[in-house]
Design a protein around this ligand. Sequence first.
Ligand code: EPU
Length: 417
Amino acid sequence: MDKIEIIGGTPLHGEVMISGAKNAALPLIASSILVDGKTRITNVPGLMDIKSICLLLEDMGAGVVRDHTDLIVDGSTLNKIEAPYDLVRKMRASILVLGPLLARFGHARVSMPGGCAIGARPVDMHLKGLEALGADISIEHGYIEAKAPSLKGAEIYFDMPTVTGTENLMMAAVLAKGTTVLRNAAREPEIACLADSLIRMGAKIEGAGTAVMTIEGTDTLVPATIDVIPDRIETGTFMVAAAATGGDVTIQNCIPDHIGGIINKLRATGAQVDCSDKSARVRRTDIIKSVDIKTLPYPGFPTDMQAQFMALMTIADKSSNIHETIFENRFIHANELLRMGADITITSGSHARVNGIESLQGAQVMASDLRASASLVIAGLIAKGSTLISRVYHMDRGYESIETKFSKLGAKIRRIK
Ligand code: EPU
């Protein structure tokens, strides 16, 4: 298994290009199931999670071809409505095929995604929503069995905003008969990206990116070319790394408008952040000021940036309170940061207190999930000496060429095969 070695202490300088967003690409690829033809998806990042969903679609009979950063998915040959356990267990987001399979074929059989390192992550709201659209759903032998000869539009109220739940319901409702209203829908930029793509395929959707979305069902969708937005979490990760190392980094091909919550907190730490339409420059010359964060659904501070921000707070001037409200077990990285000398107390399952110290020390650490691995990279970049991160396959699920990108910014980082 690959490891990443980092010799810390070098401020990052230069420019970095952001890749397409994993969490936007996954639903876009799933949406190609809805079309009896070829969907071209552009700006698709080269990631393990993308390979996983492509394998799943190929297993279902779809043709999948990679053309540089484009992906062409031929849904016309799709002939299997099952997402098997062995493919779903590798990536929970495989649940995204449930809505489109049901909408196009009237039947879907998808392995129940289990819990994962960061929490239980149930899919009850996906299932309740599909039932409201008229699906008959049962759980049999670890599989979600969903049937609906034809889906009918309905009013659906989510108990809390769910990103993939909203996406699944959108993909089901576009081919349902009549009008669906999704209330308390997730408002993440990835939702608006999916809506734009479905609209290009002929869907009728209003209000995407707000809490209330109205979808008028149509009989069929047509092949289209759809575009993955830049990855806001990769953007935030490089911004935090630039600030943490006391560097000066310009992040290209990003959408600063999508990361207001992160920029706001970074500025509060004393970092200088200058934004234009598609780039952001982050500089820090002064001490890092402690800042409290509370993770919230978009447009709040994203849970997917909590671990990276915690790494930054380990060397801040005072104490910082970190409140995780989205997932119940998302502090596993804290124990690894402790091994690097950080002063962190987990005061409850959802609260951590970080007392800033002068510097971290390099150590051998282990990545437990995707964003935890990014926080360990940031910690390694600021630590004195060498940090060796194992289980970097977590990182490869969601960060494209991360060590190459950091190397170009001057970091002493290498992958050990
Ligand atoms: N929830 C339920 N029932 C449901 C669905 C969700 O109780 O039916 C709860 C979850 O347990 C959680 C909250 O609702 O407490 C929000 O979860 P959500 O459904 O929004 O998460 P998700 O759709 O499974 C996506 C991202 C995650 C990201 C979260 C939150 C994708 C493929 N995944 O997950 O990304 O953390 O939204 O923003 O879009 C990552 O990229 O590292 C990652 C984990």
